[in-house]
Design a protein around this ligand. Structure first.
Ligand code: DQA
Length: 147
């Protein structure tokens, strides 16, 4: 089972970026934690992060066309990107949307997501653990799709 973990804009700044909201762990720390859990679950994970909407669209398309599952934290593109939503729908990617913070407890502009309607599930507010839970949920779904 292959799962691509895709992080969007500004998540390269994890650890130094608004730590009261996003915590003190860096993106490398986060990815190491996910990799450890993936190993325990027997899942093969790959990671990418980009600040560019088109690069995220390319990554979602590639993962979907390869039959891989996708865990995505689209960052602020969550709230703005119809292109990302269309990419997921266009390739029929199995996607779990993750946010470190509870977007519903924050500013009103963070309450809506273009990605949620095309995701199999959404996890927010649980910090890095959310990615691990997403992995656990997605692995059997990808496994049953790819056989
Ligand atoms: C975020 C929430 C978004 O609203 C914000 O723009 C981010 C991070 C989160 O992980 O909590 O960049 O996706």
């Amino acid at each position: 089972v292959a799962i691509h973990v895709i992080n969007g804009p500004n998540l390269n700044l994890l650890g130094r970026r608004e730590p009261e909201t996003y915590g003190h762990a860096s993106l490398a720390d986060l990815e190491a934690r996910i990799a450890k859990r993936a190993k325990a679950l027997g899942v093969s994970v790959t990671f990418m992060q980009s600040n560019h909407e088109g690069a995220l669209v390319d990554a979602v398309q590639a993962a979907g066309l390869a039959g891989a599952g996708v865990i995505i934290n689209p960052g602020a593109y969550t709230h703005t990107s119809i292109a990302l939503r269309d990419a997921i729908a266009g390739v029929g990617a199995l996607v779990v949307e993750v946010h470190l913070s509870n977007i519903h407890a924050r500013e009103p502009f963070r309450h809506s997501s273009h990605v949620s309607p095309v995701a199999v599930g959404v996890i927010c507010g649980l910090g890095p653990l959310g990615y691990e839970l997403a992995l656990e949920a997605l692995a059997p779904l990808v496994r049953s799709r790819t056989g």
